[in-house]
Design a protein around this ligand. Structure first.
Ligand SMILES: [Zn+2]
Length: 444
C-alpha cells in the first residue's frame, strides 16, 4: 500500500462509465497523479503502481451524496416516528446543542466510516452551528471530497439558546470558516454556506448570504419545502411559497442546492429550472418523516438539476446511497407506473448528475480520461446480485457490503473492505462512549 501516491492500475473490471453515451466496457484504468490517465487496455508494466484486481467486479464513478448531516450520526435512533418540526425541536436541535468538540468529532467520523464504506466519494454536508472546524478536520483526515459549512440559524421558535446566533455572528463565523477551509486538502474540501431553512433565518441573514458566498466563490446549501406545515409557516411569514422567497433573497442559482423540494408548485418548479438550482432529493428521509414523495420525474421533465442524498442518520437511519437509489426509483414507480425512473436514471442521480448539481462535472461523477480518480469497485458476483442487467443489479440488488474499494483522487479510502484513512474500531468505540455522555447531557 505504500506505492506512489495517486498512481494505480485497476485491472480487468467492467467499467460502468456514466459518461454521456453511458458506455460500459471491459478494461483497465490507469491512474496517474490522482487522475484517470487511460481507459482501455493498459499493460501491467505501465504501472510500477498499486494494482487493483477488478476481475469479475464493476468499477463505477464514486457515489455523490449532495445532502448529509454528519454531525447528527450520534443521534441515530433518538427521534423516531415524529413529524419534522417536532423532530427538530424535541431532539435534533437539543442534540446538536449538547455536543462538544469530542462528541461532534465522534459523530462526524462515525458518519464518514459509513458513507465511505457504502461507496461515497463526494458529500455535501450541512454542519452544525458550533465547532465546525472539528467537522473540517475530520473531512480532511478522511480524504473524502466534500462541500461543507456551518449551519446558520439566527431566529425561529424552539431553537436552543446555544444554537441561536446573532445575524452578524452567523455571517462573520461562516465567512471566516470559508476563508480557512475553501479549497483545503488540495481542493478536496470546499465551503458551502448553510442557512438551515427559511424558518430559522432572519430576512437580513437570508439577504446577505448570497453576496458573501459569491464573493468567496463558495456554494449555498439549504433545506426547502420538506413538509406541508413548513411550507404553510413560510407562506404565513412572507405571503409566498418557499422557492419564491428564496428567489427574492437571491438564493437560487447554479451554485445553490435545496434539500427535499417535496411540496413545490408548478411555478416553483419552473423557477428552479430557469435558475439552474439543484434539488437534493432524499427519498428515505422523506418517507421516514412522512414528508411525502418529491415530484422528481416532473422536475426532471422541466429541466431541474437533480441529485441524491441520505440526509442525516436520525431521519433515515442509514447513510447509504444504495438505499437512496433503490427508493428513488421504487417510489416513482408506485406513483407513476413501472416505467418511471429506470435503474440507470437512479444511478445517474447518484453519480454524474450529483456532480453537475455541485458544479463538479468536469472533475468527477463519471469515468473519463482526465477526470479525478474518484472510483468505487462493487462485487457483482454474489448470490444476491448476479443478474442480466448491470444497472438493475447495482440499483435494485446490490448493497454497501458489496463495495470492496473506494478511491478518491487516486488515494484508497477503502481497500479490500478495510478503511484506510480512518480507524474504524477506535471510532466506533469512541462513538459508543460519546453517545452515553451525550444522552446524559441531553437528559439534564
Ligand atoms: Zn437535511
Amino acid at each position: 500500500m505504500s506505492k506512489s501516491p495517486g498512481n494505480m492500475l485497476i485491472k480487468g473490471g467492467t467499467l460502468i462509465t456514466m459518461d454521456k453515451a453511458r458506455k460500459v466496457l471491459k478494461g483497465d484504468i490507469l491512474v496517474e497523479d490522482g487522475r484517470i490517465s487511460k481507459i482501455g487496455k493498459v499493460s501491467a508494466s505501465a504501472g510500477g503502481k498499486l494494482i487493483l484486481d477488478a476481475e469479475g467486479k464493476a468499477v463505477l464513478p464514486g457515489f455523490i451524496q449532495t445532502h448529509v448531516h454528519l454531525c447528527q450520526t450520534l443521534l441515530r435512533g433518538m427521534a423516531e416516528d415524529m413529524p419534522l418540526l417536532e423532530w427538530l425541536k424535541k431532539v435534533i436541535w437539543p442534540g446538536e446543542a449538547a455536543m462538544d468538540d469530542r462528541s461532534l468529532e465522534a459523530s462526524v467520523e462515525l458518519g464518514l466510516c459509513e458513507v465511505i464504506r457504502s461507496g461515497t466519494t463526494t458529500i455535501q454536508d450541512m454542519g452544525t452551528v458550533n465547532g465546525q472546524d472539528v467537522v473540517f478536520e475530520s473531512l480532511k483526515r478522511s480524504n473524502i471530497r466534500a462541500f461543507a459549512g456551518k449551519a446558520m440559524m439566527d431566529m425561529g421558535r424552539g431553537v436552543p439558546r446555544k444554537l441561536k446566533e446573532t445575524t452578524r455572528n452567523s455571517l462573520q463565523t461562516s465567512e471566516a470558516l470559508c476563508k480557512r477551509w475553501n479549497g483545503a486538502n488540495n481542493g478536496l474540501v470546499r465551503y458551502a454556506f448553510a442557512p438551515r431553512f427559511v424558518l430559522s433565518c432572519s430576512s437580513r441573514l437570508l439577504s446577505e448570504i448570497g453576496p458573501i458566498a459569491r464573493e468567496n466563490k463558495a456554494r449555498i446549501h439549504t433545506h426547502c419545502s420538506e413538509q406541508a406545515p413548513e411550507v404553510a409557516a413560510v407562506k404565513r411569514n412572507y405571503g409566498k411559497d418557499n422557492v419564491e422567497v428564496l428567489a427574492e433573497f437571491g438564493l437560487l442559482g447554479e451554485d445553490v442546492g435545496l434539500a427535499h423540494c417535496v411540496h413545490v408548485s408548478r411555478k416553483e418548479i419552473r423557477l428552479l429550472a430557469q435558475t439552474g438550482t439543484g434539488v437534493l432529493h432524499c427519498p428515505s428521509a422523506n418517507l421516514k418523516l412522512g414528508s411525502g414523495i418529491a415530484p422528481v420525474p416532473e422536475m426532471d421533465e422541466s429541466g431541474v438539476r437533480l441529485s441524491l442524498g441520505a440526509d442525516g442518520a436520525p431521519c433515515n437511519n442509514n447513510l447509504n446511497p444504495f438505499n437512496e437509489m433503490r427508493l428513488a426509483s421504487l417510489i416513482q414507480k408506485a406513483r407513476l407506473g413501472p416505467g418511471a425512473m429506470p435503474a440507470v436514471n437512479a444511478l445517474a442521480l447518484a453519480t454524474i448528475r450529483g456532480a453537475e448539481v455541485l458544479g463538479l462535472e468536469h472533475e468527477t461523477g463519471s469515468i473519463e480520461e482526465g477526470k479525478s480518480a474518484d472510483l468505487v469497485v462493487v462485487d457483482l458476483g454474489k448470490a444476491h446480485n448476479t443478474g442480466h442487467d448491470l444497472y438493475s443489479s447495482l440499483v435494485f440488488a446490490s448493497n454497501r457490503d458489496d463495495v470492496t474499494h473506494v478511491i478518491v483522487a487516486g488515494k484508497p479510502l477503502l481497500w479490500q473492505g478495510e478503511l484506510m484513512t480512518l480507524d474504524e474500531d477506535a471510532i466506533v468505540k469512541k462513538a459508543e462512549q460519546e453517545k452515553k455522555r451525550l444522552t446524559a447531557e441531553i437528559d439534564n
